[in-house]
Design a protein around this ligand. Structure first.
Ligand SMILES: [Zn+2]
Length: 120
């Protein structure tokens, strides 16, 4: 589904915030800059870059679809019984997670070591 792109504004805001951090020197590395999506299932752990793509997961008899974008990740479809994972919505910050208990899936956003990686 195509939407108008408020993402650009979010990115600009993000860059502004990030550029302010070194100036203050007071902030103890806010854990906001998510760089990696880590998907943990009973089969193992996979890591994905934060760019536009979808991930199809089969886990514990359930099927989940994750939509990854530059600013976060969300579960867009799942045939698990409770849909808690879908109701979580999009997570955008490092340290946030989506958990699907029935499917034994955990999706974490993980921050990078620094902000330099964003530029690439
Ligand atoms: Zn679920």
């Amino acid at each position: 589904m195509k939407k108008a792109k408020p993402m650009d504004a979010v990115l600009i805001l993000l860059f502004v915030l990030v550029s302010l951090v070194p100036l203050t020197g007071l902030l103890p590395r806010p854990a906001q800059s998510a760089q990696i999506v880590r998907v943990t299932t009973p089969e193992g752990t996979e890591e994905y870059a934060l760019d536009d793509h979808t991930i199809a997961l089969d886990s514990h008899g359930y099927h989940l679809t994750l939509a990854v974008s530059a600013d976060g990740v969300q579960v867009t479809s799942s045939d698990c019984p409770d849909h808690t994972c879908m109701k979580t919505g999009k997570i955008t910050r490092a340290g946030n997670a989506i958990v699907c208990v029935p499917a034994h899936v955990r999706v974490d956003l993980v921050g990078g070591e620094g902000y330099d990686g964003i530029a690439g």
